[in-house]
Design a protein around this ligand. Sequence first.
Ligand code: ADP
Ligand code: MG
Length: 588
Amino acid sequence: MCFSPLTLIAVLLLLVTPLFLPPSSFYLSLGNYIAFGALVALGLYLLTGLSGMTSFGQAAFMGLAGYTSALLCIGLGWNPWLTLPLGVGAAMAGAVVLGGITTRLKGHYLPLSTIAWCIALYILMGSWIELTGGHTGLRGVPPVTLFGWSLNDSKSYFYLSWVFVLLGAWAAWNLTQSRSGRAMRASKGDALAAASFGVNPAVLKLQVFVLSALYAGVAGWLYVHYQKFINPTPFSLEASIKYLIAAVAGGVGSIPGVILGSGLVTGLEEALKGILPQIFGRTGNYEIIAYGLILVLILMFAPKGLWPFLERYLPRPQPQTPKGTGLPSRPIQGGAGEVVLEVENLTKRFGGLLAVNGLSFQLRRGEILALIGPNGAGKSTCFNMITSVYAPSAGSVRFKGQPIQGRTPYEVHRLGIARTFQHPHLFPEMTVLENAALGTYARTRRGLLASMLGLSRREEEAALAEAYRALERVGLAHLAHHKADGLAIGQLRLLEIARALASGPEVLLLDEPAAGLRAGEKRQFAALIRQLVNEGMTVLLVDHDMDLVMGLVDRVVVMHYGEKLAEGTPREVQRNTRVIEAYLGEAA
Ligand code: ADP
Ligand code: MG
């Protein structure tokens, strides 16, 4: 891994500065609180920045870890290093339970529910007096010791806290550069697309939720063993809001951003504690008003936070062109001509409308089959039933003899079926290469934890090489490092094909892939499809360009008002009078 020189300078400054300060310096104490906040905010980077979920409850996870650790240390005399995994485990267990119930909630319901359980846990911590000492709190939380040396002063604790922050940032950075990080960014924007390349968005969301609780749990443990005292105040809803504001203000979409945000908000809190009572003429919790104002101002003038603002002036690393041979290819079993995909009596009703009505056809290995018909004939609906985006109202879909209707879209993809959408579902904020690499998700294995520990690098290199090869095949390699949002519609379609190819599918479903391509691009596209089929792929294609379709495919199924009108070779359907009447005549 290569760290940028700027990162190294920042880390060096962090390590050297305390040497010039007295051990109980106010600035070192501030530095500790910034570190606790930075850890919580790193969890929010994963949760909000990468995965698009919002939590107002992170302080509650700090509390779960903090109380677990404090109670075990005080009650049973255990060492804080022993209670660290137990405390963090308690926070993560809490996240499994709460997240299991709430991460499925859509829209504003997830953030609202986090508010509810943050308040509930806070009340519990305050009112279970026999256990927690209530709001008076508990004294006698032991300090952390290291090789017999007690980390009692702010300076030694500063190093401990920041080692955790740096480890946490390193793990979050590793995760960002992995298949899981890409999948998180994808399911944030478009769960339907993410599922189409093998991501199980519900499981991923829960995993990230639990991860964010891990970060908050470590922060909670550090917090209580620094204060050597515990009461519910640092774990309130107000504290949670402060962490969220810190992350958003600094830039929740980046790692330096959330750390910077913690520094800003913690520093500002200290400053305001002195200034605000002078303005208002009496003491009180006026900071929360200031936070609100700050957040509004930042969202108005720098909606992505401060870091993206500063980042523009920093040198950017040159993107590397991926090298290597890519991923091992999927062995293709079975002979040419056998039935791979079979739909039988497939029917879809939308209210009173029969979008697809009793459709049956077979797709044989190694062929190119076109599904054609006028707009609204039911072609895309048929694709959506094959890939389980829609459940059929009746009928069946079989892949290599096994019924697959009723499975989830990501399961269908993992069987070896890749698709494109009539309206491309891509991720404008990601580069062309990253978009293509999403296709490798189901071919790669490394989990979240392995990725965080930096163990997925070799697999990641192969995945990027595979994605780059797919881009070369569709003619987009020269744009690999561009953001996808600048592409023309034809290029977006090619990029979706590259993403599908990167998954190494047995069957490729293409919904109007050539719409928007120029004549030359269409010829290249046809050549690519022929080459893929020569390599053993099977293709089901929807398109309106009859010259392209009739010159490319082996067989055609014609649909009209949801039903099959005709089936045969291009020649046969072109001569079929019903087809000419219903579709081809009209198209001509
Ligand atoms: P095609 O792809 O052949 O142009 P579609 O499969 O998109 O046609 O649509 C077939 C019919 O089903 C159309 O009348 C369309 O309006 C309707 N339809 C498609 N998707 C939905 C949906 N999600 N809800 C309701 N109606 C739909
Ligand atoms: Mg369609």
